[in-house]
Design a protein. Structure first.
Ligand SMILES: Cc1cc2nc3c(=O)[nH]c(=O)nc-3n(C[C@H](O)[C@H](O)[C@H](O)COP(=O)(O)OP(=O)(O)OC[C@H]3O[C@@H](n4cnc5c(N)ncnc54)[C@H](O)[C@@H]3O)c2cc1C
Ligand SMILES: Cc1cc2nc3c(=O)[nH]c(=O)nc-3n(C[C@H](O)[C@H](O)[C@H](O)COP(=O)(O)O)c2cc1C
Ligand code: FES
Lengths: 341, 310
């Protein structure tokens, strides 16, 4: 049976499970990292892909929320294999007890000791069995998630979306505005040859240099800069108020980086995630320097799996027209030149 | 080897259409099924309804297309689809490989368009039935057939003349007397009547003083509308003999059982596919247990067994 839809247009590796929170730690102002056990997801997901996360056992909020992969890790607290799919766990009755199950530990979310461990070689590490997601506290779901304790449960399905394709370049330039930084730690680790992702593990060309242009409102919102520095990523920071790094737009850091790359004769590629206006600006700057640019769109989503047609963005076709494309299955990563901003 | 009778019989008959079990998935909430392949064992479902197809391609409405509300979802997708020719070419070959009956949902602007859609789909391998979406609130003109009993009868009868396929009529709750419209569908020869499509609603952002949906108004779905859907099934069950398919807010097994006892022979899972993608399959697995609890050996024995108060 020939594939009738292009495989990337379907969530063809996704599974759904009720998972247990292992950690939920504060990284920066209004910014947290939650870790949950989910071996199949941890093994399969690749940088730039996302998952849908829903607070288990209630109708408020009703829908899941899309969250990007921050990292897939091995955590001894996570079961080697997942418990059976949510089938067995989620009570089928509306009179189900609340989702709370015996907590592993009862401490509040704590600040600090966020450690993403990168083994020095890509091969020696045990298979990942847990997933880290970094989130900004914004509205109905995240303002509750920030209070979750180890042992509480979430409904998660993924991996979803196309993710970043392997980047063929000698200089990878990652541009993030605010919480848009989340897809880039894994992408950098992979392209520096420190980690592999996917099942089977995908091959990516080694990149000599990775620059991370990271913009935030103020110093307090900058999250996990050390995670990037530890990998050997060159981090350039801009804040709106100048409280750390350059004062002003992160896109100016991109312009400088590309200008400098031009003088040393490298051929950079740009990847970008953040507010739409910032991505549009970054795409324009990349185009000025003739650098290929991919953006990760943050279109609102209801299902994340291609069945509701909520998440559409105007994407240009080869004939010069455009059509609404579903960001969750045909994206969220698009070539910037295809986007009708 | 001894042949033992199955412990319970899940099969249901909707006019000409026989289904292995009463758990279907609603049009517009399951894509074209292929998207769900990794999350749901499609062969377990009683039936699959792909997203409504129209005669010609429609881009759909501008974003925002959905807004989450209290225990519900408001949408104005606007029947975004590539048209029936592309549907037959691009989606039916895959859908035809599924063991599960595929009931194609169609929407026309006129009765002639419904008839043409039925003619085009009738000979296509894998089409097990047609659901006439006479109720989509997001297309101007789309609601008229579902609001007027005589118009509803005409469109069902016209389609009935050009195909031997089972024909289901899907009605809107946005009418004063849904039982009257259902009588029209029955008179037109519908094999089953599906209740309900979404409830017209609206959401606003008072700070920006703007409607939230690109299309201003849209259709409400999800747990918030289940009481409305149950009321519609109850009223229509009292008015017609045609089998009913209950739709609206179904999110767990209790919801399924409520629709069955109220008078629906089958149900469709809609919005719950978005927030609990594997639910439909789990409902099929869990249904026998609930039938046992109800003390019946078959779904049919449970349908419409609601008792009067007092
Ligand atoms: C592919 C992808 C990856 C993402 N990755 C991350 C990540 O790694 N970390 C992270 O923190 N966030 C990420 N996001 C964004 C994230 O999904 C949400 O912003 C966040 O979870 C908000 O949920 P909430 O319930 O807390 O807020 P909500 O209560 O949902 O409100 C959030 C904001 O969205 C607006 N909004 C609400 N409904 C709509 C609508 N229908 N259309 C448009 N806007 C609406 C509201 O005005 C509000 O400002 C990602 C989004 C996408 C699409
Ligand atoms: C985003 C969305 C799109 C829908 N698209 C269609 C459609 O194309 N055709 C149709 O007949 N019904 C459509 N519906 C209505 C559903 O099939 C169903 O009748 C309704 O949502 C009520 O059921 P629920 O509460 O379980 O979702 C749509 C519903 C939603 C939420
Ligand atoms: S979010 Fe439902 S189709 Fe993309």
């Amino acid at each position: 049976m020939a594939a009738l839809l292009h495989a990337p247009y379907c969530a063809d590796q996704a599974t759904q499970r009720t998972v247990t929170v292992l950690e939920n730690v504060r990284l920066a102002r209004d910014t947290y990292r939650v870790r949950f056990g989910f071996p199949e997801l941890a093994r399969r997901i690749t940088p730039g892909q996302f998952l849908m996360l829903r607070l288990a056992g209630g109708a408020d909020p009703l829908l899941g929320r899309p969250l990007a992969l921050y990292d897939a890790v091995h955590d001894p607290l996570a079961a080697q294999e997942s418990p059976p799919p949510s089938t067995a766990q989620t009570s089928m009755s509306s009179q189900s007890p609340t989702a709370f199950q015996s907590p592993v530990a009862s401490q509040s979310p704590v600040e600090g000791q966020a450690q993403t461990s990168f083994p020095s070689s890509a091969s020696s590490s045990p298979a990942p069995n847990a997933v880290d997601v970094v989130y900004l506290v914004k509205g109905r779901m995240t303002s509750r998630l920030m209070h979750y304790l180890p042992g509480q449960t979430l409904d998660v399905w993924g991996p979803l979306g196309n993710g970043f394709p392997p980047q063929e370049t000698d200089h990878l330039v990652m541009v993030a505005g605010g919480i848009g930084q989340t897809p880039f730690l894994a992408l950098a680790a992979e392209h520096l040859g420190l980690r592999r992702y996917g099942e089977p593990a995908r091959q990516v060309p080694r990149v000599k240099r990775v620059t991370f242009c990271y913009g935030a409102r103020s110093a307090g919102y900058l999250a996990a800069v050390e995670d990037f520095e530890r990998l050997g990523v060159e981090v350039k920071i801009a804040t709106d108020d100048g409280s750390r790094g350059r004062r002003g737009f992160v896109t100016e850091l991109l312009r400088e980086t590309l200008a400098e790359a031009g003088t040393v004769g490298s051929r950079p590629r740009v990847v970008c995630c953040g507010p739409e206006a910032m991505m549009e600006r970054a795409a324009a700057i990349a185009a000025e320097f003739a650098a290929p640019c991919q953006v990760s769109l943050e279109t609102p989503m209801a299902c994340g799996i291609g069945i509701c047609f909520t998440c559409v963005a105007k994407v240009r076709d080869d004939q010069g027209g455009w059509d609404y494309k579903r960001t969750c299955v045909e994206g969220p990563i698009f070539d910037a030149e295809r986007i009708e901003w | 080897m001894s042949i033992t009778a199955p412990p319970c019989n899940l099969s249901v008959q909707l006019g000409r259409l026989k289904l292995a079990n009463p758990i279907l998935v609603a049009s517009g909430t399951f894509g074209y099924a292929r998207e769900m392949e990794s999350l749901v064992q499609l062969r377990k479902l009683g039936g699959i309804l792909p997203k409504t197809v129209t005669r010609f391609p429609r881009a759909g409405n501008a974003p925002w297309r959905t807004v989450e509300t209290a225990a519900g979802l408001l949408n104005s997708i606007g029947l975004d689809n590539d048209g029936v020719d592309e549907f037959i070419r691009g989606h039916m070959p895959y859908l035809a490989t599924l063991e599960t009956p595929v009931i194609v949902s169609v929407a026309g602007k006129t009765a002639d368009e419904f008839v043409e859609l039925a003619r085009l789909l009738d000979p296509v391998p894998g089409v097990a039935g047609l659901e006439l979406n006479v109720s989509c609130p997001n297309v101007s003109g789309g609601i008229d057939f579902g609001a007027d009993p005589a118009a509803c009868e005409r469109v069902v009868a016209s389609v009935r003349q050009v195909t031997q396929l089972p024909v289901l009529a899907k009605l809107t709750p946005n009418v004063t007397r849904i039982a009257d419209v259902a009588r029209g569908a029955e008179a037109g020869g519908a094999d089953a009547i599906c209740l309900i499509n979404t409830v017209l609603g609206m959401a606003v952002d008072w700070r920006r003083r703007r409607p939230l949906l690109g299309n201003v108004v849209g259709g409400l779905s999800g747990p918030a509308i289940k009481p409305i859907a149950l009321r519609c099934v109850h009223q229509v069950a009292a008015a017609v003999k045609t089998p009913l398919v209950g739709i609206g807010g179904i999110s767990n097994l209790d919801d399924v059982m409520e629709f069955l006892v109220t008078g629906a022979s089958a149900i469709q899972v809609g919005t719950a596919n978005y927030f609990d993608p594997s639910l439909s399959e789990r409902l099929v697995d869990a249904l026998p247990g609930a039938l046992a609890e109800a003390g019946v050996a078959s779904v049919v024995d449970l349908v419409g067994t609601l008792r009067r108060n007092g």
